[in-house]
Ligand binder design. Sequence first.
Ligand SMILES: Nc1ccn([C@H]2C[C@H](O)[C@@H](COP(=O)(O)O)O2)c(=O)n1
Length: 172
Amino acid sequence: EEGRKGSAPPKKFPRSVGSELRPGSGRRAMASTRDLAIASISVAAGAVAAAAALLYSYSATNSKPQSPPPPPPCTEPLPVNGCAARHPPAQDPFKTTKREGFISWDDYFMAIAFLSAERSKDPNRQVGACLVSQEGIILGIGYNGFPRGCSDDKLPWAKVIISEALIRRVVS
Ligand SMILES: Nc1ccn([C@H]2C[C@H](O)[C@@H](COP(=O)(O)O)O2)c(=O)n1
């Protein structure tokens, strides 16, 4: 009715800021509103993505280093010096039976003997011992060295001693 009377047509679309700038372009005003909405969502999504990336990089740099993978199962026999395996095979924590691959009594006593030898201060020979009863009880362990109470700093450790007298005789 209003149109027929020559007055302004009824407003079909709500006016937005964009439509205010472009008078008479209702559709374009709607597009601008949608564009604004899309842009806002894009900005929000970008912010979320940036925050996630920051969070990830922060946790990656600040997280504890991953523990190294378990060593492979040890299938080697005891080394000749009797030292126990340094890397025992990884065990299933839910395994209810006793582990396999443990050392024998003989290897155990020999390992103690070889370990005892490491205490020797003798530069030429290191001997260790592990005295075991017939029942498998350790009676004593030891290694070569000066008798207890005897200072091993005052007597020489050299295998061959050349006396000063002998040197003098050879030189003259
Ligand atoms: N468990 C031990 C402790 C000592 N000995 C022997 C080895 C040396 O001849 C001496 C003194 O030992 P050091 O204090 O110089 O290491 O005692 C041993 O056979 N077993």
